[in-house]
Design a protein around this ligand. Structure first.
Ligand code: AP5
Length: 214
């Protein structure tokens, strides 16, 4: 199966993608994670992407498409998380899959209101070492501000500051939300109520995906 997780920043795409990929043995491709790792390692891509990410703007399509070309497994079986984010990226993905004899099975739209997004992003803490994601209220680590997995002190993502979040939401509405209609027209968009708690959202996601598989 090849799935796209589409939705506003902080909707819970990454949280759910990690769980589902593990359960179904799919490859989780998060462009946000790949870009953050490129920034951390100061690669040429990371140096170019950083200024866009710090402002909450989209990294140019050609850089993202080249990145996906690099990491896409031959046989598919992917959850694309945070990609595509523009119509140009969606068209490029379609061409890429077609060349490999593959197609998209489902696009899951994580439907959630702006006030929920802001609360989720302002409480998000991430591990700078292993990438684990927490929330101070909804998914706290066992020991305050310390990663359960590797013991590193947690940090807040640079782009989770309030003014950047506002810009990310505006960019989402303008450049990414048109993909909802784009995939609706293709008949592969499934809406998921992402406002419930992590466990409930996951059960519903699993039900929808299993329905499609059978
Ligand atoms: P990216 O990292 O993709 O950011 P995003 O889409 O804004 O998504 P987030 O990671 O913020 O949120 P999420 O939906 O994964 O939520 P999460 O599970 O963490 O992109 C960052 C930047 O990179 C972009 O701004 C752009 O510059 C660039 N970029 C990336 N991809 C690009 C592309 N394709 N094209 C161009 N540029 C690109 O959850 C959020 C918080 O809520 C966590 O604390 C979590 O614990 C908590 N939580 C999750 N689910 C629930 C729940 N159900 N109830 C309560 N809390 C929950």
């Amino acid at each position: 199966m090849n799935l796209v997780f589409l939705g506003p920043p902080g909707a819970g795409k990454g949280t759910q993608a990690k769980k589902l990929a593990q359960e179904l043995g799919l490859v989780h491709i998060s462009t946000g994670d790949l870009l953050r790792s490129a920034v951390k390692n100061q690669t040429p891509l990371g140096r170019k992407a950083k200024e866009y990410m710090d402002r909450g703007e989209l990294v140019p399509d050609e850089l993202i498409i080249a990145l996906i070309e690099e990491v896409m497994p031959e046989g598919g079986g992917v959850i694309f998380d945070g990609f595509p984010r523009t119509i140009a990226q969606a068209e490029a993905l379609e061409r890429m899959l077609e060349r490999k004899g593959l197609h998209l099975d489902m696009v899951i739209f994580f439907d959630v209101d702006d006030d929920v997004v802001v609360e989720r992003l302002s409480g998000r803490r991430v591990c700078p070492n292993c990438g684990a994601v927490y929330h101070i209220k909804y998914n706290p680590p066992k020991e305050d501000e310390i990663c359960d997995r590797c013991g590193t002190r947690l940090i807040q993502r640079e782009d989770d500051r309030e003014e950047v979040v506002r810009n990310r939401l505006a960019v989402y509405r303008e450049q990414t939300a048109p993909l909802i209609e784009y995939y609706e027209r293709k008949g592969i968009l499934i809406k998921l109520d992402a406002s419930k708690d992590i466990g409930e959202v996951y059960s519903e996601l699993l039900r929808l995906v299993n329905e499609e598989r059978n």
